[in-house]
Write a protein that binds this ligand. Structure first.
Ligand code: AMP
Length: 279
């Protein structure tokens, strides 16, 4: 695997590959890699000649400085995992390379970034859109791969690509889960074994919510029951449980199969986790 930290050298390398007719797939990550990230690498490898993974913990998408400071970092094992997964190129820029002195652009996606994660993490999606735009310009991929785990992020990036006319195809990859059902997340590394057991409450509540909604019940009633389950479990806190249109994220009371998504966020000890499930 070729590793680059600066824009000039990786551009020279990718221009050369482009002249040879190689297609490029991009997999942006913040590192602390797990099987979910590697499934994106695998999807890119199956559709492109060259897969470029990136590792960059983007400060502008963190609204909480403690979350940024405590974000897990494991570069050595990340490089090992990417190499074993057959990733061709790793781009791991510094803050200086990505931002320099200038850091003033802001994005506004209307309603799409005011609800759910956007509401609880103000500025988060502006930071995501900024760093993803920079990566699209630096790597110039034909395809870019994102996980369904960050459901709202995929819709925001889809809007970004549409409005700014980025000449690339976006791919959404299903959520990788542990056998227990827990959605894989870099933040799980911050959980104790006991914490991981408590974190199962998120996926359990998604499943029971889906079952209840499919029986024709409304989300307000189901949310009350989910809230009660969180209230009786020490060390967990529910931030939101919503049912939304799967393409606009407009909130719904009742959903139709395949056109609605259930989204949940909560804290386990002091670790914030998200998950979602299509109805
Ligand atoms: P992150 O490193 O958390 O920024 O994630 C990098 C990419 O991996 C994003 O597109 C995420 O949606 C995706 N991702 C994270 N966790 C999972 C998972 N459990 N399954 C599938 N994709 C994931």
């Amino acid at each position: 695997m070729q590793i680059f930290e600066e824009i000039g050298p990786i551009r020279a390398y990718l221009d050369d590959q482009g002249r040879k007719g190689k297609s490029i797939g991009l997999v942006p990550t913040m590192g602390a890699l797990h099987q979910g990230h590697l499934s994106l690498i695998g999807a890119s490898k199956s559709e492109n000649d060259l897969t470029v993974g990136t590792i960059y913990v983007n400060p502008t998408q963190f609204n909480n400085p403690t979350d940024l400071a405590k974000y897990p970092r494991s570069l050595e094992t990340d490089i090992e995992q990417l190499t074993n997964a057959g990733c061709d190129v790793l781009f791991k820029p510094s803050n200086e390379v990505m931002y320099g002195e200038k850091n003033s652009l802001k994005f506004d996606f209307g309603q799409l970034d005011k609800v759910l994660e956007g509401k609880f993490r103000p500025g988060h999606f502006s930071g995501v859109a900024l760093v993803v735009s920079k990566l699209f310009n630096i790597i110039q991929p034909q395809r870019a791969y994102f996980g369904q785990k960050d459901y709202q992020q995929f819709l925001v990036i889809s809007r970004l690509v549409e409005e700014l006319k980025f000449p690339l195809q976006l791919k959404s990859i299903p959520i990788s889960r542990e056998a227990s059902g827990l959605a894989l997340s870099s933040r799980n590394q911050r959980l104790s074994e006991e914490g991981k057991a408590k974190a199962l409450l998120l996926v359990q509540c998604l499943r029971s919510t889906r079952d209840e909604l499919l029986k024709g019940r409304n989300i307000s009633d189901v949310r009350r029951e989910v809230q009660a389950r969180f209230d009786e479990t020490p060390g967990v806190k529910l931030e939101y449980l919503e049912l939304a249109d799967s393409s606009t994220l407009e909130f719904l009371e009742r959903g139709e199969k395949n056109s609605a998504v259930i989204l949940i966020a909560g804290f386990v000890d002091d670790v914030r986790l998200i998950d979602n499930m299509l109805l």
